[in-house]
Ligand binder design. Structure first.
Ligand code: KG4
Ligand code: ZN
Length: 461
């Protein structure tokens, strides 16, 4: 405590040196009110735009809503260029998403170089539109939050560069955000009663995670995918069934599945013999591919041009795939709830977020699972489940409130500046008892988990 108080003057003089006195004062007031201490020395060694953490003396899970905070969030980790401005009390002032769905439809997947170009073309406009919609200028922001990982480095770089330009030019603190933490925490913006600890299932195109959220920046990973994520399986199924991918594959499969018989194609449920919480969707993808081939479905024939028999056979595959893909989620969630209740008996909610959580069938089935344990299912609205800037701005706010942010960067980064990007960045440490023999994780170039970084910084206080 004594040493932390000693660092206050330099921290505050740094804040006082902001040109916009009112902003400096409001930050000062904020941090004095909550007795927070932003650090201006690295606790952990990061080579470049290091994200530095400090700890607060208020419990991380308490939520001092603060209307004065106004945070811009920027998200470019995959194929959507998104930005939003959110107030400390959770009010969404504006949000803009520029989707690369056309590229996705054309190439059937995300091509990093093309995605990077698409982000670069629209990022300035997306941020400007976000400011205009909120009726604000950069000067009125309190901080900028940006996704630094996990994701495609080429794409992450576009968002981080933009965030640093805005923060540098307007002397704003900057907050590096974990994309999956953002998917989970946006549920706290929607459901104000959602307190730590809670269980979260995060399902998207690249991730399938079951995590126990103990606190901000503190997660135990109960399960992950050993190969593909469920969103990837939805996307490939849509592509092979010749569906319109312009809104991504998932919604197209969900819609067609409503016409089909979900019991008609016998797909087997993945990983039945593994009594853990990990996932696998590669095998189910192969089963779908074989079923499509055996029914002579031609993906080049668009659904609208298919005969009624062809259409109903595609619908049966879509429905059967969706049923089994979700059964796999249900089984894993049941086990995860049991594990989670042993580790944190006070949990009351299962948060389901990420793009696939916008699927109504997924929501309805998981609702049945949580009811068995008298838990509540918390799903953000569909536009906050898929990638968006609101979740980044909100996670920025949560971190900012406890002093986890970087000071404003210089107005211009040097040409050879090494950005702190974390393409492979686990959210939490693996639950030891849940480790699966089926998992052979590629460990190369994996960044230390968010949880281990936060814990290490807290221990150094
Ligand atoms: O979270 P997200 O927007 O981006 C990633 O971080 O990956 O998730 C995108 C994924 C895609 O695979 C998309 O097909 C899937 O979410 N998705 C859906 C639905 N809406 C989006 N999957 C199933 N049903 C949906 N309604
Ligand atoms: Zn995502």
């Amino acid at each position: 405590m004594a040493s932390s108080l000693l660092t206050l003057p330099s921290t505050f003089s740094r804040l006082n040196s902001f040109p916009k006195t009112f902003k400096a004062l409001s930050l000062l007031k904020f941090h004095k009110q909550h007795r927070l201490r932003p650090l201006n020395y690295p606790l952990l060694h990061f080579p470049s735009s290091a994200t530095r953490f400090s700890t607060s003396r208020i419990p991380l899970s308490s939520k001092p809503f603060d209307d004065d905070l106004v945070v811009l969030g920027i998200e470019t980790s995959c194929d959507d260029t998104a930005a939003a401005i959110v107030r400390g009390n959770g009010e969404i002032l504006s949000q803009v998403v520029s989707s690369q769905a056309d590229l996705l439809a054309r190439y059937g997947g995300v091509a990093p170089k093309m995605a990077e170009e698409a982000h670069s073309q629209v990022i300035d406009q997306v941020v400007q539109d976000t400011l205009d919609k909120a009726g604000l200028t950069e000067k009125e922001l309190s901080a900028v939050a940006v996704t630094i990982g996990p994701g495609l480095s080429l794409c992450l770089r576009v968002g981080v560069q933009k965030a640093r330009r805005v923060a540098g030019n307007f002397n704003l603190p900057i907050i590096g955000v974990h994309h999956m933490e953002a998917h989970a925490l946006v549920a706290r913006l929607i459901e104000k009663e959602l307190q730590f600890p809670f269980l979260a299932l995060l399902i998207s195109g690249g991730h399938n995670l079951l995590v126990l959220a103990h606190d901000l920046g503190h997660y135990t990973q109960l399960g992950t995918t050993i190969d593909d994520a469920i969103g990837e399986a939805f996307d490939k199924t849509a592509k092979w069934l010749g569906l319109d991918m312009r809104k991504s594959g998932g919604p197209a499969v969900e819609q067609l599945a409503q016409e089909g018989d979900a019991e008609s194609v016998r797909f087997s449920i993945p990983m039945k013999q593994h009594k853990d919480c990990n996932f696998s969707y590669a095998g189910l993808k192969t089963q779908v591919k074989l079923a499509i081939a055996s029914r002579n479905i031609d993906a080049k024939v668009p659904l609208l041009c298919a005969s009624s028999q062809d259409r109903s056979s595609r619908a049966d595959i879509a429905a059967s795939f969706q049923r089994v893909a979700v059964l796999h989620l249900e089984e894993r969630c049941e086990r995860a709830v049991e594990w989670a209740l042993k580790i944190e008996p006070s949990i009351k909610q299962l948060v389901v977020s990420g793009g696939v959580a916008s699927n109504q069938y997924v929501r309805a089935r998981l609702d049945q699972v949580v009811k068995k344990y008298s838990l509540q299912l918390v799903c953000p609205p569909p536009n906050l489940c898929t990638d968006n800037g609101v979740m980044v701005a909100w996670t920025g706010i949560e971190n900012f409130r406890v002093g986890r942010y970087d000071p404003p960067p210089p107005a211009n980064d040097p040409e050879d500046f090494m950005y702190d990007l974390r393409p492979r960045w686990p959210l939490g440490e693996e639950y030891a008892e849940g480790r699966s023999e089926a998992r052979s994780l590629r460990r190369a170039r994996v960044h230390p988990s968010l949880t281990s970084l936060v814990q290490a910084s807290l221990q150094q206080q």
